[in-house]
Design a protein around this ligand. Structure first.
Ligand SMILES: [Cu+2]
Length: 127
């Protein structure tokens, strides 16, 4: 009889843990959402090309906060629309109807950005 009570208690504790973990996961998935509804901060960086180089405005962002790159494809000739940030696994071909890409920089430093053929270049600083 005693062991039955013990089992019941263990099951109760496991259920509480599962519920607690579930709430944690729900919270976490909201935190990782696109932030459009939650009012979470997103750093917007305008991207264009000038004199054959990528221009990021601003060219410096904060670590750990999502970045949304908004490309002005009217100022991006040819293959410069094929945009890569190797350090953050960003690869995106911008079009006039799909001109944004989001990522969260998880390390600080000065990072190269380039087109997929490494012709157009630029840098993004993460502080
Ligand atoms: Cu290129």
């Amino acid at each position: 009889m005693k062991s039955k009570m013990k089992n019941t208690m263990i099951i109760a504790i496991v259920i509480i843990l599962i519920i607690g973990f579930g709430i944690f996961l729900i919270k976490d998935s909201k935190a990782n959402g696109n932030g459009l509804n939650s009012g979470e901060k997103v750093q917007i960086v305008k991207l264009s090309v000038e004199n054959g180089q990528y221009v990021m405005n601003p060219s410096q962002v904060k670590r750990g906060i999502p970045v949304r790159i908004e490309a002005d494809v009217t100022k991006m000739p040819g293959c410069s629309k094929s945009f890569v940030i190797p350090s953050f696994n960003v690869m995106k071909v911008f079009t006039s109807t799909d001109n944004t890409v989001e990522f969260t920089p998880d390390k600080a430093g000065v990072f190269n950005v380039m087109c997929s053929m490494n012709m157009y270049k630029g840098t993004l600083t993460v502080e």
